[in-house]
Each structure stands twice: as C-alpha cells, then as structure tokens.
Design a protein around this ligand. Structure first.
Ligand SMILES: CCC1=C(C)/C(=C/C2=NC(=C\c3[nH]c(/C=C4\NC(=O)[C@H](C)[C@H]4CC)c(C)c3CCC(=O)O)/C(CCC(=O)O)=C2C)NC1=O
Length: 167
C-alpha cells in the first residue's frame, strides 16, 4: 500500500528526477489537507454504524427487490453479509482518506471482487448505490464548514472499480 508521498516519490525516482514545482504543489496540498483528513476519518469512525445503516436503508428503499424472496440480500445471513461488505468499503475508504491515495482499495478490496460478486449473483449496480449513499451520508455528517471534497474520492474509486467504468 502507498500514500500520496510514496506514490509521488516513486514517480520521480522512476525517471531519476528531483522533485519539481508540480511535486511541491502536490506535497503542499497533501500536508495542507492533513488535519481535515484526520477529522474526516474521526467522524467516519464515530459514525460508522450510522453511515452503513442509513446508506443501506436508502439502497433497500431504492432497490426493494434485494430483500424480497429471490433477492440477493434476502435471508438474514445474506442481509448481514451485505451490511458487512458495506462496512468493509467504509473502513477501507477511511484508510484511503488518510493516505490520500487509492492504491489500498485496488490491493485489498477491488482485486477479484467483481468476479466474486458475479459468481455469487451479488448485483453490482445496487452495491454502487450503497457506496454512493455512504459518501453522501459521510459528507452530510461532515458539514460544509471546511472543504471535505477529498472524501468523495475513495467512494467514487470503489464505485468505478466495481463498475469497471473508465476512471
Ligand atoms: C475487505 C475486502 C472484502 C470484500 C469487499 C469482500 C466481499 C465479499 N462479499 C461476499 C458475499 C456477499 N456479498 C453480498 C452483498 C450484497 N448483496 C446485495 O444484494 C447487496 C447489493 C450487497 C450489499 C451492498 C452478499 C449478500 C453476499 C453473500 C452471497 C451468498 O453467499 O450468496 C463474499 C463471498 C464470501 C463471503 O460470503 O464472505 C466476499 C468475498 N470480502 C472481503 O474480504
């Protein structure tokens, strides 16, 4: 797993360059947003149950067939597994937020997930709705006093990675 600084250094090291003005801008923005990243993750930690529950409730309202007989989240076991998956997405999103880097999502979450979901009949589109609902709820809890726009990134990255849309 990498963070914004190691990713940057790796890029420059590959071509044997000193860090230039662009690199300095990237580093500055990483350090400037550091405290806000920690605050955002703290809010996620304190409200993880709320975020997962609210997002799931929205998802099941938007796609009610999921919890009807024949739906993939029907039965207590599958319902609980669905919420567990959402909790995984949220926890790894919080790691990506402190790292300001999405590589951990490729390595620990997205690798092979689409194939697993396809083989188990877990529908991707509603899962993406659930992930987006978590983003919305997290941003709502954070409020607008400070710039928390970076919070969207890991949720969008997970959504795009699952959908295999171009990112
Ligand atoms: C940390 C990285 C990680 C991830 C992401 C992960 C996901 C993951 N979700 C699974 C199952 C599942 N995932 C879901 C999820 C859903 N069904 C729906 O209808 C909803 C749309 C959705 C919730 C949003 C369900 C219901 C299952 C069980 C499917 C089954 O066993 O039939 C499985 C199969 C094994 C198991 O049941 O545990 C994996 C590996 N495991 C991991 O280790």
């Amino acid at each position: 797993m990498r963070d914004a600084v190691t990713t940057l250094i790796k890029t420059y090291d590959l071509t044997g360059r000193y860090l230039d003005r662009d690199a300095m801008d990237t580093l500055k923005s990483f350090y400037d947003s550091g405290l806000r990243r920690i605050k955002a993750v703290n809010v996620i930690n304190l409200n993880s149950v709320d975020i997962v529950k609210t997002a799931a409730a929205g998802m099941f309202t938007q796609v009610p067939d999921l919890i009807r007989p024949g739906g993939n989240a029907y039965t207590t076991r599958r319902y609980a597994t669905c919420l567990r998956d959402m909790d995984y997405f949220l926890r790894y999103a919080s790691y990506a937020i402190v790292a300001a880097d999405t590589s951990i999502l490729d390595e620990r979450v997205l690798a092979g997930l689409r194939e697993t979901y396809n083989s188990l009949g877990v529908p991707i589109a509603p899962t993406v709705i659930g992930i987006q609902n978590m983003k919305v709820r997290t941003l709502e809890l954070l409020g607008t006093d400070e710039d928390y726009s970076f919070v969207a990134e890991p949720f969008d990255y997970l959504s795009d990675g699952l959908s295999e849309r171009d990112i």
